[in-house]
Design a protein around this ligand. Structure first.
Ligand code: R5P
Length: 288
């Protein structure tokens, strides 16, 4: 039984499993009341809650997970198609919270197991290093590769930075295309530059920029603008998690991108790639 937090209903439908909504009422003073179906005794349940813009979602989610236990479920899994806070994976300055570790500790205390899609793992090697409950990761590369194969002629898959090499190579392999990775330097939230090594090796191909996250879109916009300066066709962008901070769409539009698509881990008008079946399969494989 999937219990869908508000905003996750469409994803729940696409998972192809029985599901029911969790009701969340916000009182005039900003506090929340969470209501679960009452017949959950001895059921195996999974609470579905993608965690983009996470702070207002986390407390109702914590109430739902705890209340499921109060109602006598066998086990309560958390399905978070987008797992928040993974990019803050070290203290860059003394005293800074390492949010990735803290959120993992917090969620581990609230559920018996976790399923997510392509979490941003960089300096932390695996979710098992920070979660104390079992975790399963669903990967979007296969479905993104299928989209690229069906929609882009002569693709060249490009990762905008070294961290994206893992996705770019997998997508390229699945799409039967070559791949390369750009070099990125980030000087601030909105200040990013990239360089384009060796792009002349693939004349006439359509660049497909692939990244796990689009937040401010400065990474993709800088990559797209440099590709255009290097004389490539207008690039297509495919991202896993469409976080889209304010101004992101405008930044991408100005950079000469021809099309932007995303998976449905975060609901967004660019969603074109359905990873809900992959998440349902990952949930089936979560052993507690
Ligand atoms: C960073 O390493 C990630 O893989 C993404 O490239 C990054 O989070 C994108 O952020 P933005 O859209 O703000 O440039």
């Amino acid at each position: 039984m999937i219990l869908a937090m508000p905003g996750n209903e469409r994803f729940a439908e696409r998972m192809g499993l029985p599901w029911q909504p969790v009701e969340v009422h916000t009182f005039p003073d900003g506090e929340s009341k969470v209501r679960l179906p009452s017949d959950l005794q001895r059921r195996d349940v999974a609470v579905l809650c993608t965690l983009d813009r996470p702070d207002p979602k986390l407390l109702p989610l914590a109430f739902a997970l705890q209340e499921a236990r109060e109602l006598g479920v066998n086990a309560v899994r958390l399905v978070a198609p987008y797992l928040c806070y993974m990019r803050q994976d070290r203290a860059f300055h003394p005293g800074e919270a390492v949010s990735a570790r803290l959120i993992a500790r917090m969620l581990s205390g609230l559920c018996d197991g976790l399923v997510t899609v392509d979490p941003h793992l960089h300096r932390i090697q695996s979710l098992d290093a920070i979660f104390t409950v079992p975790t399963v990761v669903a990967h979007a590369a296969h479905t993104i590769a299928a989209w690229v194969r069906d929609n882009v002629s002569d693709p060249l898959v490009i990762g905008p930075d070294e961290e994206s090499a893992q996705w770019a190579e997998e997508v390229a392999a699945g799409a039967g295309a070559p791949s390369t990775v750009l070099r990125k330097e980030r000087r601030g939230d909105h200040d990013v530059s990239v360089s384009v090594p060796e792009i002349g090796r693939w004349p006439g191909r359509t660049p497909v920029l692939v990244d796990d996250i689009c937040s401010t879109a400065r990474t993709l916009a800088a990559a797209a603008a440099h590709l255009r300066e290097a004389g490539t066709r207008p690039p297509v962008c495919a991202v896993v998690h469409a976080l889209f901070a304010p101004g992101a769409a405008e930044a991408l539009e100005a950079s000469g991108v021809s099309r932007l698509v995303s998976t449905n881990t975060v609901s967004h008008p660019t969603n074109a790639i359905d990873v809900a079946p992959a998440v349902a399969a990952a949930l089936a494989g979560l052993e507690l």
